[in-house]
Design a protein around this ligand. Structure first.
Ligand SMILES: [Fe+2]
Length: 275
């Protein structure tokens, strides 16, 4: 290998070592930012430090015996490499500043490792030097492994995110999930804000005791979604019969009673209390 090529190659090694160290710095920042994931990131950091050492060792071997090496190509065009370094540094700042989303960092790191795989370390220079080839092979194998680790972790983080989003939706079935004990009426708040409270009521055969009226300071809209019920309102002769889908709006302080609910099956109500 002629001196000019050697100089270019050594320059390339320097840049690659810098890239590996910057990647190590990103993983170090992640380990500090996300203590619960510290081991995962610290392991990646150590591996990237190792790659930078490998590259230093490779440079040493080439410098000692340039005659054993021939032909070389660049790892990355300088412009591309500058962009990668700038992107990495911006990510490090975001992570250190607490502005980074772990999922986005995992995706970025995985894609960066993929670029390193695409750079084909094993085609950079031709040689029969076994020690050199071992160092290169270490890096190539590790790049595949690290990308796989990042990809696996990313899939886990995404699955966890989907699980949390589903949990937030609190899916349920008002008709299927009934209380085991129906000997008493049950009241369960489904949603509540300063403006309203939405409640599920499950009855079976219960009624307001004879001679008593119900009266509330808030308006109430009730609907029967299963079963049957009968209500009576003070000053209204005809009772209001409710079956599935039936509803009635009870103004605040309007005296009323539930005179009957079906004793043969659960009656499920939705009650919306609002000011
Ligand atoms: Fe690496």
């Amino acid at each position: 290998m002629n001196p000019a090529d050697l100089e270019n190659l050594l320059n390339g090694f320097k840049m690659m070592a810098k890239l590996e160290l910057t990647l190590a710095a990103l993983y170090k920042a992640c380990a500090a930012a996300w203590p619960e994931e510290r081991d995962f990131w610290a392991d990646l950091e150590a591996q990237e430090q190792g790659h930078a050492r490998n590259i230093g060792e490779m440079a040493r071997l080439v410098t000692e015996h340039p005659e054993r090496y021939e032909g070389h190509r660049v790892f990355f065009q300088p412009k591309v490499l500058d962009r990668m370094l700038a992107d990495l540094k911006a990510r490090i700042d975001d992570v250190a500043g607490g502005r980074a989303d772990p999922e986005a960092v995992l995706r970025f790191a995985r894609d960066t490792e993929q670029s390193l795989i695409n750079a084909r370390y094993d085609e950079i220079v031709k040689t029969d030097d076994l020690a050199f080839e071992r160092l290169v092979k270490d890096i190539v194998v590790a790049n595949y492994e690290i990308r796989h680790q990042l990809h696996t972790r990313l899939a886990e983080v995404q699955a966890e995110k989907r699980r949390r989003m589903l949990e937030e939706l609190r899916p349920g079935d008002l008709l299927a999930e009934l209380p085991a004990d129906l000997s008493r009426e049950t009241f369960e708040t489904l949603l509540e804000t300063g403006a309203f409270r939405l409640e599920r009521i499950v009855s079976r055969g219960q009624a307001t005791p004879e001679g008593r009226w119900l009266e509330s300071d808030t308006h109430e809209w009730v609907m029967v979604i299963r079963g049957r019920a009968r209500l009576e309102f003070e000053g209204v002769d005809a009772p209001v019969e409710l079956g599935p889908g039936g509803h009635v709006t009870i103004p605040a302080r309007r005296r009323h009673r539930v005179t009957w609910t079906d004793p043969g099956e659960p009656t499920v109500w939705l009650a919306l209390h609002y000011a």
